[in-house]
Ligand binder design. Structure first.
Ligand code: G3P
Length: 225
């Protein structure tokens, strides 16, 4: 499973991209609004930091406007892919964009039929929001499992499952076990997933033991001289 970062914050993207674990970035209007910066500049800068798919979401609600926005955004950088909401107009726009080889990430997906329709319309990715289902006491990971099963049952479907709306590190593990192609994670979830107290304790012990060895060797060198 590949990891995308779910943020438009350039500092977070720069830092975590440095770790060598990122294959892409997802944004949405809420994440871009949090940054309060020129959207095109932010998206192009993200594309320069991470050499992989960078999602930029349309805000039109009619297919014609979605297609117009998508063509504009796709021209910003080769890494830009277009987030389209799972609506009838979104499907119509996706069908047009797929014929123009403009990659689409269909978003706000909450049931397997929506994911299937997105794949049939030609989406490159589907984004099932597992966390928002968990938030309402529904099994969000079951949605990932069902979408993966529906897609794997048809060899003609090449659309990738991009698990989204992750809330904590176990969601990364479970999404991978469920067969998601990608998980897009907020920086805070990735930072939590990285840490373990036994790693910190073990490293401290290694470094202290090494310092003790250096002290013993230094004493022996003095004694021998
Ligand atoms: O990429 C979709 C993601 O940003 C939605 O996550 O936390 O708003 O449910 P969230």
């Amino acid at each position: 499973m590949r990891l995308f970062l779910d943020t438009a914050n350039l500092d977070e993207i720069r830092e975590i991209a440095r770790w060598g674990i990122l294959s892409g970035v997802t944004t949405n209007p809420t994440l871009l609004a949090k940054e309060g910066k020129d959207v095109r500049q932010v998206i192009v800068e993200i594309c320069e930091i991470v050499d992989g798919p960078v999602s930029m979401e349309v805000v039109s609600t009619e297919a014609e406007g979605m297609v117009r926005e998508a063509r504009e955004y796709a021209a910003w950088h080769p890494n830009v892919i277009i987030k389209i909401p799972m609506t009838a107009e979104g499907l119509a726009a996706t069908a047009v964009l797929a014929r123009e080889n403009i990659r689409v990430n269909m978003t706000l997906i909450f049931n397997p039929n929506q994911a299937l329709f997105a794949a049939l319309a030609g989406a490159t990715y589907v984004s099932p929001f597992l966390g928002r289902l968990d938030d309402i006491s529904t099994d969000g990971m079951e949605l990932i499992r069902e979408v993966v099963a529906v897609f794997r049952a048809d060899s003609n479907i090449h659309t990738q499952v991009l698990a989204a709306s992750l809330r904590h590190p176990r969601h990364i593990v479970e999404a991978a076990k469920a067969g998601a192609d990608v998980a897009t994670c907020p920086p805070a979830v990735i930072r939590k997933a990285l840490k373990h107290p036994l790693t910190d304790i073990g490293l401290e012990r290694f470094l202290n033991d090494w310092k003790q060895l250096e002290a013993v060797l230094a004493k022996e060198a003095v004694r021998a001289s």
